[in-house]
Structures are given as C-alpha cells and as structure tokens.
Design a protein around this ligand. Structure first.
Ligand SMILES: *Cc1c(COP(=O)(O)O)cnc(C)c1O
Length: 463
C-alpha cells in the first residue's frame, strides 16, 4: 500500500514512512492511494471474534507488505490486553435503537488509548528494526498526552515530551501525564495556553537542526496509523448490531475530525454505514461546514468538553481531498488559503458528496449538561461531557437510519467536576486507577518560550 499527500507535492511513501513522518513534507496529510475493500462475508465473519483479531485484519490492510502479519497480530494482542474489558470496546444499550460504544476502558480512560496503544508498539517495532531512537514531542489540551505517556512508557526506542498548559487541564488528565516513573517520559507544565504549547511544538518541528539531532516525531491524529486503528471499532460495533446486512449509523463527538474520518475509512472498506453524525460543542466549525458549505475558523471557546475545543479540524483536509475526487492541486489551494484567510467555501459537488455520509450538529453547554442529567435519569448511565455532546446531537437528529452507535470517548471520572455539576453524582475512577490521586507526581515547569523548550527537548533526548 502506497500513501500520497493530499497536496500532491510529496513523494509517495509506504506505511512505515507515513507513520513515522506524520505530516507530509508538502504540508499535506497522507492518504492511501486506494482503499482496501473487504468482502461482505469477511465482514460478517468478524461477529464474535476477539477485538485484537479484527484489529490485525483491518490495520493489516494498510500495513501489508511492510509489517509482517504475524508481528502485527502479536502487537494487536498486546495492545488490547491493556484494556480492562475483555470486549475492549463493549456496547451498552441506552434505548431500543441507541447504543454506546465504550471506548474508555484503556489505561488513560479515553478513546485515544485505542489507537495509541497499537501506535506505540508499531513505533518500537519499526525503530528497533532500524536501530533508531526518536523523541516524540506533543502538545495536549486533554487526552492525547496521557494516552501517549501510558502507551510509550518504558519503551526502549522512544522518548516522550508532553507539553500541557499549566492549570488548564483537569487534575485527572494531568496525573496521567505526571505519574509515570519511567525515565523516557517527561511531562512539562508550560506557563501559557494550549495554543502557546502548540506554537512551541510547531517551532520545534521547523527547527531542522533540532529535528535531525533528536529525530523528532509526532503522534497527533494526523498520523494515518491512528485513523486505521480507529476504523476497527466501527467494524466490531456495527457487526454486533447486524452489519453488513443491516446498515448502522454513528454519532461521533468531534474536534480534530480523526475519529469521524475513521468511520469514512471503514465505509470505504466496505462497511455499510448509513450516516455519521458529527457532533461538536460550541466550537462548531465542522457542524457549520456540513450545514452551510462554509468551513470557517472562529475564536476558540473553552467548554466542559475540552478535547473538542478546536477551530481547525486537521483531518477535514482528508475528507476534502476525497470529496473533490482526489484533486491534490485543488486541495492544496483550498487549505493554503484556509491557513491565511481562515475560511473555505466548499465546492457544491464536494458538499453534496460529503452529505451522502455526514451530517453535523453543534451542541451548547446547557444542552450538554442536560444530556448528562437526562441520560442518568432515563438509563442509569453516567456519561462524560464529550459523550453527552454526541447524545444531545443525536436526540435532535431526525434522519439517522438503523440502530445508532454513539461513540463514548471518555470515562466520566476523567471530568468529575463537570459531571457532578450537571447531575449531582460524582463518578468514581475505575479499578486500577483508584490510586491515581496518591501517586507521586514528577514534572518540570517551563515558560512559554520556544528556545527554552527546544533546549529542554535536546538535553532530555541526549541524556
Ligand atoms: C480527542 C477527543 C475527541 C475528539 O476526537 P477527534 O478525533 O479529535 O475528532 C472527543 N472526545 C474525547 C474525550 C477526546 O479525547
């Protein structure tokens, strides 16, 4: 399988280079040159199979020829044995036609674990074979940093520096980044905002000297391996509800559009998905794009679902590329204009193509809180604010055919204050994380200054 850049100016690469490279050198995102197609009988055969086995088949369709199938099976088995539920992503029924896919049974209690656990093993495998050591630098407003720390702790060939804005993430989120005891992990509290952290990461990646000296890498959701890993639970949950004979719809709480795009990938691979409802919080750039055809960046509003406080959904470029029929010149033009002007008017044919699968809906803070309370009252189920955004959008949507799977992206105990405020019940941390508040924390505090942090990354990588 070869990967091409959405902007068409980068050499085609294989799976390994697409994974380690992250962003393509022309500023585009890698997409497979062709979508691998699974036969309906094979999809039907996923019913009742262990999650890790389905994962090896779905991810293997993208890594074929570069990662040996037996190695990938082993990596998937290990990655998904870190989950505390034997189904890995179990379904819970909320009403006759609505089901929750619980994506939060991994080590850091958020759906980011599903992809990060396998990504870390792919990195170790690839780098070990090549005798390379890399440093992963990430900025996190929520769950990516914790998932990366949990996945990469103790790995021989990778170091992780996770930058987070001091005082602006929940205590549970912070502790997942600061309580790892392994020496290949560094958590850094930056005296600034998440945007400051992101700007510093960008500056570090643009510093060619640093990039080469420490072999810098990134693990945000533009990494195609993460998307491939997320396509897996679309298969397992849809098949459990009667696919491929019966089409299933999904409601997806969205920020960077990685999770919802993974649904598109599953659809292209032959899974009959009727509709994907893209649910956003007050940061409604995606919802507006599907509703009006205008993709326009606004000011970031802080909400109780911070992992979706995003005004530029990186993975939307992949859908745009698909919707304009793989026209890289057109995609490059549109997203270079977006970088400067902050808006794109979708060509009518592209909008029509997108609407064949996607709908958008934005949810206010008040409606998010109401959905937490209503869900508890009607079903006894506590949900986190991100999941509540999807459920609220779903309650309003009229045209979702088939049974609907709402993706539940975080454990409610990751956001105890917001949940308690909405419904009066404080969620407990699950078994295995109950001592999180007692674990000693270790992290460094640095000013929001790119030179200081670049020097820190260099010293940490060379230590
Ligand atoms: C990252 C995240 C999301 C948004 O996922 P995208 O792939 O960025 O759209 C939703 N909920 C939670 C809890 C997250 O951590």
């Amino acid at each position: 399988m070869r990967y091409v850049s959405t902007r068409g100016q980068a050499p085609h690469v294989g799976f390994v280079d697409a994974v380690l490279g992250g962003l393509a050198p022309d500023g585009g995102l890698y997409v497979p040159q062709a979508w691998p197609l699974l036969r309906p009988e094979e999809i039907a055969g996923f019913a009742g199979q262990p999650y890790a086995k389905v994962a090896a088949r779905v991810i293997g369709a993208f890594s074929e020829g570069e990662i040996a199938a037996a190695d990938l099976r082993q990596m998937c088995a290990e990655a998904y044995s870190t989950f505390t539920h034997s189904a890995v992503v179990p379904l819970t029924q909320l009403s006759p036609s609505v089901f929750l896919a619980e994506l939060f049974h991994g080590p850091s209690l958020a759906f980011k674990d599903v992809a990060m656990q396998i990504l870390a093993r792919l990195y170790d495998h690839i780098l070990g074979d090549a005798g390379r050591t890399q440093t992963i630098l990430c900025a996190t407003s929520g769950d990516t940093g914790g998932a990366a720390v949990e996945a990469f702790r103790g790995r021989k060939n990778v170091r992780v520096v996770a930058l987070f804005p001091e005082g602006r993430i929940s205590e549970v989120q912070r502790r997942f980044m600061t309580t790892a005891t392994e020496s290949n992990i560094a958590g850094v509290a930056v005296k600034g905002s998440f945007d400051d952290c992101q700007a510093i990461v960008k500056a570090a990646f643009q510093d060619v000297g640093l990039r080469q000296a420490v072999d810098l890498s990134g693990v945000n959701s533009i990494n195609f391996a993460r998307i491939a890993a997320q396509a897996v639970y679309y298969f397992t949950t849809a098949v459990a509800l009667g696919a491929p004979e019966r089409p299933v719809s999904f409601a997806v709480p969205s920020g960077n559009f990685g999770d919802a795009f993974a649904g598109y990938v599953a659809h292209k691979m032959g899974l009959p998905i009727a509709r994907i409802l893209v649910a956003t919080n007050a940061n409604d750039i995606l919802a507006e794009a599907f509703a009006t055809g205008r993709y326009a960046r606004g000011k970031v509003h802080p909400t109780m679902s911070p992992a979706m406080d995003i005004q530029s959904a990186s993975n939307f470029e992949r859908l745009y590329f698909e919707a304009v029929g793989g026209e890289a010149v057109e995609t490059a033009r549109a997203f270079e204009a977006f970088a400067t002007a902050g808006a794109i008017d979708l060509p009518p044919v592209a909008l029509t193509a997108m609407r064949q699968l996607f709908r958008g809906a934005a949810v206010s803070e008040a409606d998010t809180a109401r959905a937490i309370l209503l869900t508890l009252n009607e079903t006894g189920q506590l949900v986190d604010p991100h999941t509540a955004v999807a459920l609220s959008a779903l309650a309003r949507a009229k045209d979702l055919p088939g049974p609907v799977v709402a993706l539940s992206t975080a454990h409610p105990a990751k956001f105890p204050e917001a949940v308690a405020k909405a419904c009066g019940v404080t969620p407990n941390l699950p078994r295995g994380a109950t001592d999180l508040a007692q674990r000693p924390e270790r992290f460094d505090r640095l000013p929001a200054d790119a030179e200081t942090i670049k020097a820190y990354v260099r010293a940490f990588s060379e230590a």
